[in-house]
Design a protein around this ligand. Structure first.
Ligand SMILES: Nc1ncnc2c1ncn2[C@@H]1O[C@H](COP(=O)(O)OP(=O)(O)O)[C@@H](O)[C@H]1O
Ligand SMILES: Cc1cn([C@H]2C[C@H](O)[C@@H](COP(=O)(O)O)O2)c(=O)[nH]c1=O
Ligand SMILES: [Zn+2]
Length: 191
């Protein structure tokens, strides 16, 4: 029975690395996979899943209107897919999460999604909320705050390192723009 998985973490926790390791394990054994990443997330290039460790892979970039079910079914019926892996899953729409659930439930392909739970204001991304509601398995990838506690929040900072409290939910960036913190320090920094 195929399942829908949500591997979630703060930024810079190893999500993309874990995805790429899982993908390699399938492909090393001759099994076919399909990778998706958010088109907006072009930090390593559009349609590229890149890890801070330096490994990367090409992926199908998804936009708000992309029908993931149709893309995956077209590929699957050309040649069976053993697994679908989605990076930057926080950028999925709720409808796209349900498309992925259909692929697991009705087409029988395991779907592994990797992404953030919450944004720079501590609010759930819509796609993440849908995954938290629907996924069969919720797996936390752990990382640490500068204080040693588990990092669960994502602080957006300006060039001087000051907290940014207002703005658009979607803003692509890396370690220069975001810092993963524990709840205690996130609340202190954004108070
Ligand atoms: N030079 C390095 N040596 C070892 N591990 C590293 C190095 N640089 C980054 N990492 C590890 O990679 C993690 C970030 O991996 P990445 O897949 O880019 O994270 P995410 O996708 O969650 O943002 C860091 O938390 C750290 O553990
Ligand atoms: C907190 C937060 C993050 N983002 C963006 C910034 C990056 O492009 C991705 C996460 O990248 P990761 O290193 O692979 O975790 O999400 C955003 O748009 N809005 C936010 O609030
Ligand atoms: Zn802390």
């Amino acid at each position: 029975m195929a399942k829908l998985y949500f591997y979630y973490a703060s930024m810079n926790a190893g999500k993309s690395t874990t995805l790429l390791q899982a993908d390699f394990n399938y492909r090393e054994r001759g099994m076919r996979t399909l990778l998706f990443t958010a088109g907006i997330h072009d930090r390593g290039g559009k349609g590229v899943i890149d890890s801070r460790l330096g490994i990367s892979a090409t992926a199908v970039p998804f936009e708000e209107v992309t029908d993931l079910r149709r893309v995956a079914e077209d590929e699957h019926y050309k040649s069976p897919l053993a697994c679908i892996l989605v990076d930057e899953a926080q950028f999925l729409s709720p409808v796209q999460v349900r498309q992925l659930a259909h692929l697991a439930d009705e087409v029988g392909i395991p779907v592994l999604c990797y992404g953030l739970r919450t944004d720079f204001q501590g609010a759930l991304f819509p796609g993440s909320a849908e995954l938290l509601a629907l996924a069969d398995s919720l797996v936390e990838i752990k990382s640490v705050c500068e204080c040693g506690r588990k990092a669960t929040m994502n602080l957006r900072v300006d060039a001087e390192g000051n907290a940014v409290r207002q703005g658009e939910q979607r803003e692509v960036g890396g370690n220069e723009r975001y810092v993963a913190l524990c709840r205690r320090h996130f609340m202190q920094r954004t108070a």
